[in-house]
Design a protein around this ligand. Structure first.
Ligand code: F6R
Length: 242
């Protein structure tokens, strides 16, 4: 793993957006894997600036999101579909046929997982996957203990993950119990991975990732086995790293 230390969240967002834009400039039909949550928000704002300045053309990219809550309509204010519409798809003027998220409202979720995997394969696979890091080491919604050979699947969210995400809902009871997520192997099949980590809340997880063992009990550790992973981390997240 290559580590790029930066001062703060702002610097991280600028660096990450530059790397995504560079990838798209060199390969205009790139397939990008995207994440939601607090981590990539600044990166998406920077990508919009790059787009508005005419410095990158996103008209030929294809995107696949990591995950979506289950049992939630696509137009629910807290769905990842809604997040992506507002923060990425509309700002970068991406067309519906360019973008993909798992359909958490599908009647048959198992079939939806198979469909999603097939769609990724049909596009030739993901060129660059953006990831955030869960405090318990999760990537996507792959919680500790998930097999490194997992593909897109339905997960039961851990109480800690529901608590972490409750900040976006009126109450924790409203946070869905299940989600559809790319599996760990779906993620590691990506040709390049960009992991973004900032803030004190992530310092234990980042330390364990950088200095700990590869272990299914800590999903992000699988990234150590991948040949093209870049971690961009800020000073706060790197506090305890030697
Ligand atoms: C988001 C995702 C999650 C988040 C992780 C960190 O699509 O799959 O793994 O990346 O939970 O969340 P934030 O960025 O909110 O700290």
């Amino acid at each position: 793993m290559k580590l790029i230390p930066v001062t703060d969240r702002e610097a991280l967002s600028i660096r990450a957006a530059e790397m995504v834009a560079e990838k798209v400039q060199e390969q205009p039909d790139s397939v990008l894997g995207l994440a939601t949550g607090g981590t990539p928000e600044g990166t998406y704002q920077q990508l919009k600036k790059i787009y508005d300045h005419g410095e990158a053309d996103f008209s030929r990219i294809t995107t696949f999101n990591l995950d979506e809550y289950a049992g939630m309509p696509k137009d629910h204010p807290q769905s990842y579909h809604t997040y992506m519409q507002h923060k990425v798809f509309q700002p970068l003027q991406l067309k519906p046929e360019q973008v993909h998220l798992p359909d958490g409202s599908a009647a048959d979720l198992e079939q939806e997982c198979t469909r999603y995997e097939k769609r990724i394969a049909e596009t030739g696979g993901i060129d660059m996957q953006l990831l955030g890091l869960g405090e318990n080491g999760h990537i996507g919604f792959n919680e500790p203990g998930t097999s490194f050979s997992s593909r897109t699947h339905v997960v039961q969210l851990k109480p800690s993950t529901r608590e972490a995400n409750a900040r976006y809902f009126d109450s924790i009871e409203e946070v869905p119990q299940q989600a559809v997520t790319m599996g760990i192997e779906t993620i590691t099949d990506s040709r390049a991975i960009l992991l973004l980590v900032f803030g004190r809340r992530k310092k234990e997880a980042l330390l364990r990732l950088l200095e700990g063992e590869v272990d299914e009990g800590f999903p992000a550790s699988v990234l150590k086995k991948h040949s093209n992973v870049t971690v961009i981390a800020d000073e706060e997240a790197l506090t305890d790293v030697s």
